[in-house]
Design a protein around this ligand. Structure first.
Ligand SMILES: [Zn+2]
Length: 288
């Protein structure tokens, strides 16, 4: 299984268009700090459709179109949740002849009911929905199998109070039957459950929520009145030690622009290195 990290930033990206915080200002001064919205290519499928999706496709050579004029290797989109930063890229793909979207039933329901995605996009392209199950794995075109591991019941703000509690935010367990390689991808991790722990312990690679370094970061930096955990993101300080005890390779993604890890020279990188935990970089390729 061939994975490409297409982006590693939380909502807004790094830099965020309306933000002059140290991380965003640093990214304007140093192009090497820049991070696109968190996304992952799994062979021909793209995990989460971010506002950067067209640039992310261009940046990944195996997702570029050809050889026929309108032939694309992009086979579909897999969604971990219905958050705007993970779904705003879907209308960007309206030129597709047909678009496969793999999502849990509640995520599909939110996108259909609140964002009216079917109504808006059906005059442009055909949406082909596939259920992302929690009790079984579904095969992708290339043979990789994908299964949902529930990690949080947090709804997007536009769907607050809507629907059942389960299936709003999931991790993806990606398994290649040919190699036996397994990756667990969780750009949002709200709780460290027994189910999550088991899935993480079985994975060769865990790519996980690194939105905030510490729980007070969103309040201290003035971006929210809630803590990181209250926003549905366990902070790095709460997960790094647990990741260090897992047998597989562990990498943080989905970094918010307030996270000190945005600065490549921040001392926090040394603390992670001592634990053997990595920070994912845009463009990284992982073979499992
Ligand atoms: Zn910022």
């Amino acid at each position: 299984m061939r994975l490409r990290v297409l982006g590693t930033a939380a909502g807004g990206g790094v830099p965020q268009w309306n933000c002059a915080c140290p991380g965003c200002a640093g990214a304007r001064a140093n192009p090497g700090w820049r991070r696109r919205h968190a996304s992952l290519a799994v062979e021909g499928h793209i995990v989460n459709a971010t506002p950067d999706i067209a640039d992310q496709i261009e940046a990944c050579e195996w997702l570029r179109p050809g050889p026929d004029p309108r032939q694309t290797p992009v086979a579909g989109v897999i969604l971990t949740d219905a958050e705007l930063d993970h779904t705003l890229g879907l209308p960007r793909l309206r030129e597709a002849g047909e678009l496969e979207i793999i999502a849990t039933p509640v995520v599909r329901g939110a996108l259909t009911r609140w964002l009216r995605l079917d109504d808006v996009l059906s005059p442009y392209t055909g949406l082909r929905w596939r259920d992302l199950p929690q009790d079984d794995a579904v095969p992708l075109a290339g043979g990789v199998r994908v299964q949902a591991v529930p990690v949080s019941g947090k709804r997007p703000r536009y769907a607050a109070g809507d629907g059942p509690a389960s299936g709003w935010v999931v991790a993806l367990r990606l398994t290649d039957p040919a190699t036996g390689g397994t990756c667990l991808y969780a750009p949002s991790l709200g709780i460290w459950s027994a189910e999550w722990e088991k899935a993480a312990a079985e994975a060769d690679c865990v790519i996980v929520d690194g939105t905030f370094w510490d729980d007070e970061e969103p309040r201290r930096t003035g971006i929210s009145s809630r803590t990181a955990t209250e926003m549905g993101h366990l902070p790095v300080e709460a997960t790094a030690g647990r990741l260090a005890r897992l047998p597989g390779r562990c990498l943080y993604t989905h970094l918010n622009n307030t996270n000190p890890l945005v600065d490549p020279d921040a001392p926090q990188h040394k603390r992670l290195a001592e634990l053997g935990v990595e920070t994912a970089a845009d463009g990284m390729v992982i073979e499992l």
